[in-house]
Write a protein that binds this ligand. Structure first.
Ligand code: IMP
Ligand code: MG
Length: 191
């Protein structure tokens, strides 16, 4: 067998280096609850969901389909500068919003809040643009490494342990975003 066909025989979804923490069903049940809550709380308001690329794309796609309201979506892409593996809090906007958020009710949608440095800076940037309100929804909240402890998260999917997690939009060097579940990487050196 050639090296190329051996590679395609390996299942990504049953990779033994992954320990599943939240299954597809658990994720969908929790997102349905968040959708119901947001539907109640934003009734009659001009709502825009702002996804932070790339990690939030799957969460945003599922969340928006369980919010039974008129809404629009927009995206931002930011790069956080890291000093080694530690986030420095400096954020560069790689892609800005396509539309103004003045007088809109904004929910920023993130995949995971870790130190909170990236989101704090992003909320500071968005805070100067005249929105009626800005709230934060994160699929995962990893509170242990939090540096910006004052960061208020309004909607959380799951509170997770301080491990490196992948799947459902979260990546390790670009890989694993397509897993339909959340997993911890057992041995990050072979991830
Ligand atoms: P922070 O809150 O500024 O430290 O950075 C949050 C960003 O780091 C997230 O949006 C993710 O892109 C990334 N990140 C943090 N923890 C993890 C993880 O466990 N797996 C994958 N990406 C992570
Ligand atoms: Mg992110």
């Amino acid at each position: 067998m050639s090296a190329e066909s051996a590679k395609t025989d390996i299942s990504e979804f049953t990779n033994p280096n992954l320990e599943v923490l939240y299954s597809e069903n658990q994720i969908q049940d929790r997102i349905a609850e968040l959708g119901q809550q947001i539907t109640r709380e934003y009734k009659g308001l001009d709502l825009v969901l702002v996804g932070v690329l790339k990690g939030s794309c799957i969460f945003l796609a599922d969340l928006m389909r369980v919010i039974d309201l008129q809404l629009t979506i927009d995206f931002m892409a930011v790069s956080s500068y890291k000093d080694g593996t530690v986030s420095t809090g400096d954020v560069e906007i790689l892609k800005d919003l396509s539309n103004p958020i003045r007088d809109k009710h904004v929910i920023v949608v993130e995949d995971i809040v870790d130190t909170g440095l990236t989101l704090s800076r992003l909320l500071q940037i968005l805070g100067s643009r005249g929105a009626s309100s800005i709230k934060l929804a994160t699929f995962l909240d990893k509170p242990d490494p939090r540096i910006k402890t004052e960061l208020k998260i309004d909607y959380t999917g799951f509170v997770v342990p301080n491990r490196f997690l992948v799947g459902y939009g979260l990546d390790a060097a670009g890989r694993y975003r397509n897993l339909p579940f959340i997993a911890a990487v057992r041995d990050p050196s072979v991830a």
